[in-house]
Ligand binder design. Sequence first.
Ligand SMILES: [Zn+2]
Length: 211
Amino acid sequence: MEKPVDASIQQWCSLYHSKRKSKGITADHIPIVYNKKVNITFFGLQKLHSFDPEKYRHVVTLLLNNKIIQSKSQLIPQHRIHGKQLMELHTKEYIKTTLKTPVELAQICEFPPLALAPMPLLTSKLLKPMKYHVGGTILAGELALKYKFAIHLGGGMHHASFDSGGGWCVYSDISLSIQNLMKQGKITTAAIIDLDVHQGNGHERFVVLLL
Ligand SMILES: [Zn+2]
């Protein structure tokens, strides 16, 4: 059973502070946000996609095998974001109409078989994991502000904007994370360092909205 988010954060914080006093911050003391629910499976069909929708669990295995983290208990699991919160950035039409249409979702995810799937299945197998991606980036933003550094093993959906998606990006987690901190008055500026080979056209449009 997964640990509650708050308990994990508290556990990490006490570890962080005790280690920080004695040795300084090292890789295993950086908050790493991860919930296995971000991995997307679709009855094996996901293996046909050029993008590996289960790569997040592979990253965790890599971290463990290389002893960058000692155990999965060091990972801080996030909650998923809910529709009302999504509509603080995304348009109602995008959330309520576009993302309720299998053909549109298949286009956004660049995976034609999704167009044939019933919507309830897409909601549970695709949209729900995507909401965990957003929840993770929001939590990592909060933790980074508090502890100077945080990592989320998920998210980075830089092609999603407030009224559109594409390139496997459904929700604009980066923009939602920045918006969350701005709304609380915790930040007034933010830098996005995008290392993807594509242009981050989704969050670019969000930045334009802020100007
Ligand atoms: Zn990209």
